[in-house]
Design a protein around this ligand. Structure first.
Ligand code: PMP
Length: 415
């Protein structure tokens, strides 16, 4: 394409569009999806584990019994009967909500987009764990918000670091529009916020008058079925809760939701209607019937068991084959393990070598808004079976051993 042709459009883009670029690793993912490559990269739920017999019955019943309604436009806030069922899903995690508090969205992703659209002007600050969910970072960036990261470790976000960030902002005469956090089995780090830290984070939010956006796709995917209190259950008036059916049922349905205080909820409904009028009524009906008629918690247990076995395979093989100097998180649920490489190894530069060795991962830098994370990477254990996961980790370990040897040969002790 000629420059003149490109400029015709470029010169007219809104300023927010200029910073939006496809990451350079996207091109490499075409390779990652080849069958000979073990992909530890994508976060695709293992939808083959769904009960398709039940799903077919549910879908057929919707078409048969409620066809004209399901094929019609729906309410901007979402199907009331589905919102009622979603409060049951929240109740399974100990969070109390009314159907009227909820706005149904196109996955949790649209919920994050609408929340950012509601609160963020260009230059506004959003606090988020470092690393954080790449889709949220993208949504915040598209409204030109500035993400300030808060350090996290195996117990989730560090409240001391949060307080320091709040004080730094205050000293600069600034404040954060909200704190975005994924307290359970975080994407990408795999760790969960301890109960004590939840209380500390909420106390800080109260004392600094900070809004919190709690994103919780993975809470019900705890391998032992353990639950930690949702931030929303600790401070309902201060926390916007984002849920999704993507990991406990299907991302193909594209159903997420926000639970928010009434004035925020009303604005979100207006934003939702401005974006796409309403959620797909068909998938809302299917989801509603699924929760109303199926043993949905049992389906979640099926997912949990699959992921627990695959996570064990991944962690065992990491321990058996990764070189010294690497460390990683030990998730108790969710889909992801976060790996730290020896100093000086750049996960982005290493990716082409890994792909040649037929294994894919996601380099860590994409999960930070501030350019850090070069020596970190995310591995997911949700999609390939356990033996393929082990094979993938062995392939990656070989690449890493070679890289470390090469670096030792070049830099020796100076590394
Ligand atoms: N939040 C987090 C933390 C996620 O990991 C994801 C998907 N991977 C989403 C939100 C959005 O998912 P969806 O739009 O499918 O609900």
């Amino acid at each position: 394409m000629t420059e003149i042709y490109l400029d015709r459009f470029r010169a007219r883009y809104a300023s927010r569009a200029h910073g939006m670029n496809a990451s350079e690793i996207r091109a490499l993912f075409a390779v990652a999806n080849r069958p000979e490559v073990v992909s530890l990269a994508g976060g695709m739920p293992y939808t083959a584990a769904l009960d398709y017999h039940a799903l077919a019955e549910v879908t057929q019943a919707v078409i048969r019994d409620a066809g004209p309604a399901a094929m019609q436009y729906g309410e901007g806030q979402g199907l009331p009967a589905l919102r009622q069922q979603l409060t049951e899903v929240m109740a399974a995690e100990g969070v109390r909500a009314q159907a009227d508090d909820l706005v149904v969205t196109t996955g949790g992703q649209q919920a994050l987009d609408l929340v950012a659209k509601l609160f963020c002007d260009p230059g506004d600050v959003v606090l988020a764990e470092g690393p954080s969910y790449v889709g949220a970072l993208g949504a915040f960036a598209s409204y030109q918000a500035e993400v300030v990261h808060v350090a996290m470790d195996d117990e989730g976000m560090d409240p001391v670091a949060l307080e320091a960030a709040l004080q730094r902002l205050a000293a600069a005469g600034r404040s954060a529009k909200f704190l975005y956090t994924i307290p359970n089995h975080q994407n990408p780090a795999g760790s969960s916020m301890s109960v004590q830290r939840r209380e500390q984070v909420v106390a800080l939010a109260e004392s600094h008058d900070l809004l919190v956006v709690e994103d919780n796709p993975y809470g019900l995917l705890d391998f032992k079925g353990e639950l930690r209190p949702a931030l929303r259950s600790l401070a309902p008036d201060r926390v916007l809760y984002v849920g999704t059916l993507s990991k406990i049922l299907s991302p193909g349905l594209r159903i997420g939701w926000v639970a928010a205080a009434e004035p925020v909820r009303d604005k979100l409904v207006l934003l939702k209607e401005a974006a796409d009028l309403c959620q797909s009524n068909l998938t809302q009906h299917v989801a509603e019937r699924w929760f109303a008629t199926q043993p949905w918690l049992r389906q979640i247990e099926v997912f949990r068991d699959v992921y627990r076995r695959r996570c064990t395979a991944l962690l065992d093989e990491l321990a058996a084959s990764f070189p010294p100097g690497c460390s990683w998180t030990a998730p108790t649920g969710g889909l992801f393990v976060w790996v730290r490489l020896p100093d000086g190894v750049d996960a982005r530069q290493l990716l082409p070598k890994a792909l040649s060795a037929r294994v894919a991962y996601v380099p860590g830098a994409g999960f930070y808004a501030d350019g850090s994370g070069a020596a970190e990477l995310r591995l997911s254990f949700c999609f390939p079976p356990a033996d393929r996961i082990r094979e993938g980790v062995r392939r990656l370990a070989e690449v890493l051993h070679e890289e470390v040897e090469l670096m030792d040969a070049i830099f020796g002790d100076r590394r």
